[in-house]
Design a protein around this ligand. Structure first.
Ligand code: MUC
Ligand code: MG
Length: 381
């Protein structure tokens, strides 16, 4: 591989409306804030993306922070470096700034895309090759209304788009949430799987009281029922509810988090997200620990648009079995796209596109239309 000196790094924030309000425990979202990373290395452009859900509410990073960290501090550290030396690139990104995993991930993905394109490879091929060309894709029912969620789920089934449904709970009284979930689980019994994501909204006594009712209703998996830091509570809850797989999401960002969850038997499943893990290397490290410990992988999303979603898909496709499938549906929740090519979803699976790189280019007109900055955060070397 010839040298690919990093010449330019640009972080562009954009906001894209959703097709309907998306109700989560901590926020209701009517538009997604994404940050597009555009890099040039050896004359080749590559694209990455990070998104936040409702600003710095799901986690600590905001779109403004991601754009500033990636477009200034990370750019300063990376300009002039050889992008083709990906192990060195990842190590330098990790060292350059403390924390800020979303910003690091957007840059890591963009540089991998550029290197793959320079070599005429799909991103998955650059990562050693896909182990599958398609993965199951879940949909989140979160309209805020039980009847509307059932209608939406029926539509997804008849389109053969999704047959795994994740319900966002935690915003209402637990009794109300459980009744909502039970009605949906009844409606789809034998036709679709139902999972819930509590997004850390319950304390341990609440979870101890209501997780058995969810299992009774037919729910197969419960994502982050309690605070991410409360690993001992996750372990006690998992032990007490063996029929229900608990999934660690907010609580599993670093390889050390994954190791702790594995060592304490705190969950049966791990939600991967490049943004949480700071990019490609971090995601592979977390996945390796999870797999080694016998925890099921789940290809998670921060509801990125097409660029971030395709980058995640390429990466997940190289990681082996995903016992819980993926939820790479972000682009389908958005009214519009910043990419020239859409994701391919059919027969309840998302399909890996052809390359080069992630398999799409940026739609420059759309980016102009949806970008929220007018004075660009731009560093040139
Ligand atoms: C999360 O916490 O998993 C993923 C799907 C969705 O609807 O919200 C996200 C965030
Ligand atoms: Mg989650």
């Amino acid at each position: 591989m010839p040298r690919l000196p990093i010449e330019r790094i640009e972080a562009i924030p954009a906001r894209i409306p959703t097709i309907r309000p998306h109700h989560l425990a901590f926020a209701t979202v009517a538009a997604m804030d994404v940050v597009i990373l555009r890099v040039t290395a050896g004359g080749v452009e590559g694209y990455g993306e990070a998104s936040t859900i409702g600003g710095p509410r799901w986690g600590e990073e905001s779109p403004e922070g991601i754009a500033a960290i990636a477009g200034t501090y990370l750019a300063e550290a990376m300009l002039g470096q050889d992008a083709a030396q990906l192990n060195q690139v990842e190590a330098r990104i990790a060292r350059a700034v403390r924390g800020n995993h979303f910003a690091k991930s957007a840059l890591s993905l963009a540089l991998h895309d550029a290197v793959a394109r320079a070599g005429g490879l799909r991103l998955a091929e650059l990562l050693g090759g896909p182990q599958t060309n398609h993965l199951p894709i879940a949909w989140t029912l979160a309209s805020g209304d039980t009847a509307r969620d059932i209608e939406e789920g029926e539509r997804m089934l008849s389109l053969r788009r999704h047959r795994d449904f994740k319900l966002k709970i935690g915003a209402h009284a637990p009794e109300q949430d459980v009744a909502h979930v039970a009605a949906i689980a009844r409606a789809f019994e034998g036709r679709a799987s139902v999972r819930v994501d509590v997004n850390q909204a319950w304390d341990e006594p609440t979870a101890a009281r209501f997780l058995p009712a969810l299992a009774e209703a037919g729910v197969v998996m419960a994502e982050q029922p309690v605070a991410g830091w409360n690993v001992p509570a996750m372990a006690r809850l998992q032990r007490a509810n063996p029929r229900l797989a608990l999934m660690g999401d907010e609580g599993i960002a670093t390889p050390q988090d994954a190791l702790r969850h594995a060592a304490e038997a705190a969950c049966h499943a791990v939600a991967l997200k490049p943004a949480k893990h700071g990019g490609v290397a971090g995601t592979r490290a977390v996945a390796t620990i999870a797999r080694t410990a016998g925890l099921g992988l789940y290809g998670g999303t921060m509801l990125e648009g097409t660029i971030g979603t395709l980058a995640s898909l390429h990466l997940y496709s190289t990681l082996g079995e995903h016992a819980w499938g993926t939820e790479l549906f972000g682009p389908l929740l958005l009214r519009d796209s910043l990419a020239t090519r859409e994701i391919e979803v059919r027969d309840f699976a998302i399909h890996l596109p052809d390359g080069p790189g992630i398999g799409t280019d940026l739609d420059e007109d759309k980016l102009e239309h949806f970008r929220t900055d007018r004075s660009r955060l731009l560093v040139s070397g």
